[in-house]
Write a protein that binds this ligand. Structure first.
Ligand SMILES: Cc1ncc(C[n+]2csc(CCOP(=O)(O)OP(=O)(O)O)c2C)c(N)n1
Length: 773
């Protein structure tokens, strides 16, 4: 498969190829201990393993290589991922979970090397939860675990162990004592860079030896084994799996002397950086070659029998490859034939040379893709403008019909499209009475979490200072005592793997709230958020989802790293995750209540300066919801629409009396969520009335305010209702300075906001609003 796959790329039928040759035998050994219910979180070298567990067929392997956009053909990613990025289906069409205990599961791979590590922690931790939490023993959890007997198997290349997240994950799994078996395929290189530039002492097992468990200290079990020693591999993996499965102790298997016969990928040749001796050694110690020798020595089969198996395999792969290619090309061949026929008809009728040229060009490309066919249809329509030829009408209809089909192929499933989408969850408003208590915001949050933990046995939360302290702002005060150390847990300072715990456990049916202590430290987990979580549903075309809630707190408080509001960063890097920016803790609680009923991931940013402000506690705590994508018009007005969110919102609200003093009546809108943003176009509805728009936030200039403006002007066609230039008032471009004056001069303050609104009003009514300064 690897050899043929490479040829397919070099002959131009596929764009890029990366293969698992040289790693076959360790992967076969590994597959033998991989059981139903287990999970793999690995990387692009594992084709043999995937085939050995029945996770991918030869046809599917080639379908992904060609980028076949049909999930039936490529169930890993529906042609959305480069080849060898594997995933098994975890979600049915109707959005329900499959029975994971009856399948051999693979979490969808990603290209960033070591990107598989963070979620691996959570995949392993789920077993610990299912084994140790009495609340998860009921029949509804049988789909996910059998008493926590499942192992999370990780694979990684030796060079990628240099990544920080590898170390973070290994340490976290060691601390948590989770059933993980981590295999390192050590072929001595990271593309061209040898081990001496990658790993201290040139050996990952040597440098990790301090993690080895002893009689008195828990830790890892560490094994080293040669990639070409089949018998030893089998024994090693049997022992490794037994330890992990029975004792819930993590194991590292350092597989040494691995080869890479064709070099790293189709993008280069390894002759350029490997010595002649190394290349010769790789031929001799190719694990297939060694296995063959072992089989012959043990008299398991004869040369003739082995040759027969090899030619049978070659035949089978060649046939499967041809089938996969035909299946990939067939629909496009039909599309091409249709468009070509219509262009020919048009050309004949209109006698236009340009149409003849188009026809010739399309005819001459035997393997035309949609990107070749569609422009021909569009140009033919363009060239025939003004004619009423039937072929022209047919082509226009064809373009119309194909638009949604291509959107489904390439643009669908960024967010949930199942009945469980949080957008479908019924909105329950908070209920207040005359006697509703006025309490600190953090108490509303705490009481709400209390209710949620009693309602959802699968709900877990963890993060720095989350357990014993009940989070740094006591939004979880007393809940660890009430719900136990597993469900409300402290973690080390390691944001990437906190989120990884969340992703892995969410993939296995649990509902984790992963807490990042301050929004500014989200950057330490951002690659996990952006690369893994945000792309998961999209890159599997709905085959996998991890409805983790990322809880954090941010916006204005004190100093460069405790006042951030980098919304633009999140908007740019986390499409696929809902982004909730509540202005107070009641709104925040409503988001948690809603999100737990849905099946999408989300970030909730609690306003850091709100925990000790008084809020009315709703009577229906744990029930009421804050809707996604539905801004709230908090104050109606006629002169100017002010749009904001989060902490800054409250400053605007506080200056309403000052604005009224000078005769300005603003309409004030809290957008509540940035992703999704105002799905019913409430903002443009408002500017239809006021004809003026000011967006205020505390992100940098050109950040979330620009995002809002683009949406209102373009998506909502707000431009047509404006009588004044729309404006954005943001924080300064630098990080906010420390202390109260630092905040005042770094972020939009009450005076800045007043002045901006006043100047917009003065521009249109200078008589009524004379110059102030
Ligand atoms: C985070 C990240 N950095 C760089 C790359 C580019 N890259 C792809 S594979 C690779 C080498 C990986 O080597 P190793 O981990 O030893 O695995 P091998 O390919 O040898 O099996 C590099 C640098 C990447 N995909 N991701």
């Amino acid at each position: 498969m690897s050899l043929i796959g490479r040829k397919e790329v070099l002959s131009g039928k596929a764009k890029f190829g990366i293969f698992g040759d040289g790693k076959e035998i360790p992967q076969i050994a590994l597959s033998k201990v991989f059981r139903e219910g287990d999970f793999r979180s690995g990387y692009y070298r594992d084709q043999t393993f995937m085939m050995a567990i029945g996770g991918v067929t030869v046809d599917q392997f080639f379908a992904q290589l060609y980028a076949h956009p049909d999930p039936e053909a490529d169930p890993n990613s529906a042609g959305r991922q480069m080849n060898s990025h594997y995933a098994t289906k975890l979600i049915e069409e109707d959005g329900t979970w499959i029975d994971q205990t009856k399948s051999k599961n693979t979490a969808s791979g990603i290209s960033p090397t070591a990107g598989q590590m963070a979620r691996l922690v959570g995949l392993a931790q789920a077993s610990k939860m299912y084994r140790n939490l009495p609340s998860l023993k009921g029949p509804e959890w049988n789909k996910f675990s059998k008493n926590g007997n499942e192992i999370a198997f990780g694979t990684i290349g030796d060079a990628s162990t240099s990544e920080g997240v590898f170390w973070e994950s290994i340490n976290a799994v060691g601390v948590l004592q989770l059933p993980m078996v981590m295999s390192v395929w050590d072929d001595g290189y990271g593309i061209s860079v040898p081990k001496k530039f990658q790993t201290t002492k040139e050996s990952i097992s040597k440098v990790l030896s301090g993690f080895q468990r002893t009689e008195d200290e828990p830790g890892f079990e560490i094994f080293t084994v040669k990639a070409w020693d089949y018998q030893q591999l089998i024994e090693t993996y049997e022992t490794a799996a037994e330890i992990a499965r029975d004792e819930h102790v993590p194991v590292l298997v350092h597989v040494e002397e691995v080869t890479q016969p064709q070099g790293h990928s189709t993008s280069g040749s390894h002759e350029r950086y490997k010595s002649k001796e190394r290349l010769e050694w790789e031929v001799e110690y190719c694990c297939l070659n060694q296995l063959r020798k072992w089989i012959l020595a043990k008299k398991i089969a004869t040369e003739t029998q082995l040759d027969a198996i090899e030619s049978e395999a070659l035949k089978e792969v060649t046939e499967a490859k041809n089938r996969a290619w035909t299946a990939y090309m067939e629909p496009m061949k039909q599309e091409k034939a249709y468009v070509l026929a219509k262009v020919t008809e048009l050309k004949t009728e209109l006698k236009d040379e340009r149409l003849e040229k188009l026809e010739r060009k399309l005819k001459a490309s035997p393997n035309a893709l949609r990107k070749d066919i569609l422009p021909v249809a569009k140009r033919a329509v363009r060239f025939s403008v003004g004619s009423d030829a039937q072929a022209r009408v047919d082509l226009i209809n064809w373009l119309k019909e194909n638009k949604p089909l291509n959107e489904d192929r390439y643009n669908s499933h960024l967010y949930s499209e199942t009945p469980f989408s949080p957008l479908n969850v019924e909105h329950i408003p908070p209920v207040f009475t005359e006697s509703s208590d006025k309490v600190d915001g953090r108490i509303v949050l705490r009481n709400n979490f209390d209710k949620l933990f009693s309602q959802y046995p699968q709900l877990l939360t963890f993060g720095e200072d989350v357990g014993a302290l009940g989070d740094v702002n006591k939004g979880l005060e007393g809940l660890q005592e009430k719900y136990g150390k597993l469900r409300v847990a402290d973690t080390g300072i390691r944001e990437a793997t906190i989120l990884g715990q969340g992703i892995g456990m969410a993939l296995r049916g649990l509902r984790p709230i992963a807490e990042i202590q301050y929004l500014d430290y989200l950057l330490y987990s951002f690659f996990v958020l952006s690369d893994d979580l945000a792309t998961l549903r999209y890159r599997t075309k709905g085959g996998q989802a991890a409805p983790v809630i990322l809880r954090t707190r941010g916006h204005r408080l004190e100093g460069i790293w405790h006042s951030g509001s980098p919304m633009g960063v999140i908007l740019g890097g986390a499409r696929g995750v809902h982004l909730c920016v509540p202005r107070n803790l009641t709104e925040a609680a409503g988001f948690y209540n809603l999100l737990l009923k849905g099946d999408d991931p989300a970030i909730v940013i609690e306003p850091l300066n709100g925990y000790r402000l008084k809020e009315k506690q709703p009577e229906n705590i744990g029930e009421f919801t804050t809707p996604l994508g539905i801004p709230e018009i908090v104050k109606e007005g006629t002169d100017l629409t002010v749009v904001s969110y989060g902490s800054t919102f409250n400053i605007i609200e506080s200056i309403i009396p000052q604005l009224e003093e000078v005769g300005i009546n603003i309409e004030l809108i809290d957008v509540r969520t940035l992703l999704p943003f105002d799905i019913n176009h409430i903002v443009s509805g408002s500017i239809k009335k006021t004809n003026r728009l000011l967006i205020v936030d505390e992100d940098v200039p050109g950040g979330a305010s620009a995002f809002i403006l683009q949406n209102v002007l373009q998506e909502q066609k707000g431009y047509y209702h404006l009588d004044s230039e729309p404006r954005c008032l943001t924080a300064k471009a630098h990080r906010p300075a420390y202390a109260s004056d630092g905040d005042y001069f770094s972020k939009p303050n009450a005076e800045d906001i007043f002045d901006e609104i006043y100047s917009m009003m003065r521009e249109c009514e200078p008589e009524k609003f004379p110059e102030l300064y």
